[in-house]
Design a protein around this ligand. Structure first.
Ligand SMILES: [Zn+2]
Length: 293
C-alpha cells in the first residue's frame, strides 16, 4: 500500500476505529507524514459508493436534508466572501466538483453572474440540482468528454479528503479543465481540529499536507484560511484554500514532510475539549433543526 501523497510504501498504523458500523484503519506515511486509509481496502474508494450508498449511510437519506442544505448555504456565503477578499477577479465560467445539491453553484451564479457547471456522482443530489435548472455531470470524465471549454474557477468543497488519488485528480483538473489564469478553490476538514476519522475520509489533511498535495499537482497556494464556519466560532475545523496553476514546465518541488503530526493532533483535540467545556455555546453553533430542542 502506497502513500496517497508521496507514494512511499513505508507507513505504520496511526489509528483503528469504527465509523458508521465499519472498521477503519488509518496509516501514517513514514516519509511525508500523511494520514490516510488504504484505498484498496476502503469501501469509500469505490465509485459506486458515492452514486448510492454515501448519503444513506451518513444521513439515513439519499435526498438532500434541510440540515445539509443549510450547511451548504452557510458555506457558500462564506466562500463568496473569501473570493471577494482575495480578489482573483470575477469568474466568467465556474465548475464545482462534488457539487452536491448545487447550492454553491446557485450562489456563485447569482452573485458573480457566471456560467456554472457541476459534477456530482450522487444520483439523488444530482437530480435535485438538475431540477433547479443546473447543468450537471456524473463524473469528471463525462464532463471532459462532453465539453472542452476551460473554467476560470474550479471549486472542490469537502471533496479532496474523499479521493483515492488527490494529486492525480488535481493534475487532471489543471491540465484539462482550468484556464491558465484560473483559480482553484478548496475546502477540507482540518485534522488538527476536526474529528476527521470517518468512513468516507480517505485522507486526513493538515494545512501542511494539503498544500503539499497542491504543489505536487502543479499549484501554488496563494490563500489559506482556518475557520469553523458554519459549525463553530472558536474551533478551526476547516481549511479553505485558493491555489493558482504554476506556469507549464515548472519543476515539481520535493515534498516537505509534515512533522510532529501526533503532537499537533493531541494539542488540537485538547484545546477543543477545553473550549467545549468553557464556552459550549461558541464551540458548537446550533444547526437549524437543533434550535427547537
Ligand atoms: Zn507519504
Amino acid at each position: 500500500m502506497n502513500c496517497l501523497l508521496c507514494h512511499s510504501d513505508e507507513n505504520k498504523i496511526y489509528a483503528e476505529l469504527e465509523s458508521f458500523g465499519f472498521p477503519l484503519s488509518y496509516y501514517q506515511c513514514d516519509i511525508c507524514g500523511l494520514i490516510f486509509q488504504s484505498p484498496e481496502k476502503s469501501r469509500a474508494a469505490n465509485p459506486e459508493f458515492y452514486a448510492e450508498t454515501y448519503r444513506k449511510v451518513y444521513q439515513a437519506s439519499s435526498e438532500p436534508t434541510a440540515k445539509d442544505l443549510w450547511v451548504q448555504e452557510q458555506r457558500a456565503w462564506n466562500l463568496t466572501g473569501i473570493l471577494q477578499l482575495v480578489s482573483i477577479g470575477s469568474p466568467g465560467r465556474m465548475l464545482d466538483v462534488g457539487a452536491s445539491a448545487g447550492v454553491l453553484m446557485n450562489t456563485f451564479q447569482e452573485y458573480f453572474g457566471c456560467e456554472v457547471v457541476g459534477v456530482e456522482p450522487g444520483e439523488a443530489y444530482r437530480s435535485y440540482a438538475e431540477s433547479r435548472g443546473l447543468q450537471m455531470y456524473a463524473s469528471l470524465d463525462a464532463l471532459i468528454e462532453a465539453d472542452t471549454r476551460k473554467f476560470d474557477l474550479v471549486s472542490m468543497i469537502h471533496v479532496l479528503e474523499h479521493l483515492p488519488d488527490p494529486v492525480g485528480m488535481l493534475r487532471t483538473i489543471r491540465r484539462e479543465l482550468l484556464s491558465e489564469s484560473g483559480a482553484l478553490l478548496l475546502e477540507v476538514p482540518n485534522f488538527y481540529a476536526h474529528d476527521s476519522f470517518e468512513l468516507a475520509h480517505l485522507v486526513c489533511y493538515t494545512a501542511h499536507t494539503v498544500t503539499e498535495v497542491l504543489k505536487q499537482a502543479g499549484f501554488q497556494t496563494v490563500f489559506l484560511h482556518k475557520h469553523g464556519i458554519p459549525r463553530s466560532s472558536l474551533l478551526n475545523l476547516y481549511l479553505t484554500l485558493i491555489a493558482l496553476p504554476l506556469s507549464p514546465g515548472t519543476e515539481t518541488p520535493p515534498i516537505q514532510p509534515d512533522r510532529m503530526v501526533q503532537a499537533k493532533r493531541q494539542a488540537g483535540l485538547t484545546y477543543r475539549r477545553v473550549v467545549q467545556k468553557l464556552m459550549p455555546g461558541k464551540a458548537w453553533l446550533p444547526l437549524p433543526d437543533e434550535e427547537e430542542n
